[in-house]
Design a protein around this ligand. Structure first.
Ligand code: IPE
Ligand code: IPE
Ligand code: MG
Length: 265
């Protein structure tokens, strides 16, 4: 990353939204299922790992664009609880790649005031990666720029089970009356407790499924499926997703304001 990312205080000055996008209707939080690295490599006659390498460049690009365009939080799916079932060579490569990229980018992310977090079962990751993750979280926790959340060994079902366990433990210690457990109490135990729910979910590579991502948090997210393979995801693909988002009418179970002005019967 060569150019500084926007920080909270200067968003209004340098939010360089591309023409056609309404800066007042930008999503506050974007979640991305970064899919298609393997197919990108295969199409070029390359090993799958080359797709993962190229995927890192797409991630850096996307983080910069989101920051420049005033998005407050970007949450990306980097490795699922199910991805351990891949060949060990690929899994080992991915773990080493995460470590290498974090090591090489951390100082720059810090300079650019990115606030990093990692969601998932982190204690089973390689020790050096765990240490780097802890370092990046503590180093950047007071930063005022974009929130950049990386879901690593993350599964939506596992996250919900973890919440159930935490609440059950608090109840059994007599600290929480089960009758008082409501959606707010529950959501406060999610990894995303400090974030608003994603307004927009982007999945690349044309797949039309959630693959165990943010099962609770995506309840009312708008979904954009992009046919672009993740390593090719660029500014025009992001603009397309944002234009799609801005064309939606979000009703949250209610009525479009235009319709609710009229008598229902
Ligand atoms: C997404 O790309 C990256 C990870 C899941 C780690 P894939 O590796 O799933 O790429 P495809 O779906 O095989 O093309
Ligand atoms: C989802 O992609 C997980 C990540 C992007 C990290 P997958 O490639 O693992 O999902 P499926 O297997 O196609 O559902
Ligand atoms: Mg995939």
């Amino acid at each position: 990353m060569s150019r500084p990312l926007a920080t909270k205080s200067d968003h209004s000055k340098i939010c360089e939204c591309p023409p056609g996008l309404d800066p007042r209707k930008m999503p506050a939080h974007i979640a991305v299922i970064m899919d298609g690295n393997g197919r990108w490599a295969k199409a070029r006659g390359l090993p799958r790992i080359m797709g993962h390498r190229a995927g890192v460049e797409a991630l850096k690009r996307t983080l910069r664009l989101c920051s420049d365009w005033g998005i407050r939080a970007l949450t990306v799916y980097a490795f699922s609880t199910e991805n351990w079932s891949r060949p060990s060579d690929e899994v080992n490569f991915l773990m080493a790649l995460f470590e290498r990229v974090l090591q090489s980018e951390l100082a720059q992310l810090q300079r650019e005031k990115v606030r990093m977090n990692f969601f998932g079962d982190l204690h089973v990751l390689p020790k050096r990666l765990q240490d780097l993750i802890s370092e990046s979280i503590s180093l950047t926790e007071r930063n005022s720029g974009i929130h950049f959340n990386v879901c690593t060994n993350y599964g939506g079902r596992r996250e919900l089970v973890r919440v159930a366990q935490k609440l059950a433990e608090r109840s059994s210690r007599g600290e929480l009356d089960p009758a008082l457990i409501d959606e707010n109490v529950f959501a406060a135990e999610l990894f995303t407790a400090s974030e608003v729910d994603p307004d927009l979910l982007i999945r690349t590579s044309g797949e039309r499924r959630i693959s165990n991502f943010l099962l609770w948090q995506l309840a009312y997210s708008e979904i954009h499926i992009s046919d672009v393979l993740w390593p090719d995801f660029d500014s025009s693909a992001l603009v397309k997703a944002l234009l799609d988002f801005q064309s939606r009418c979000r009703r949250f179970g209610g009525l479009d304001p235009v319709d609710s002005d009229q008598m229902a019967f």
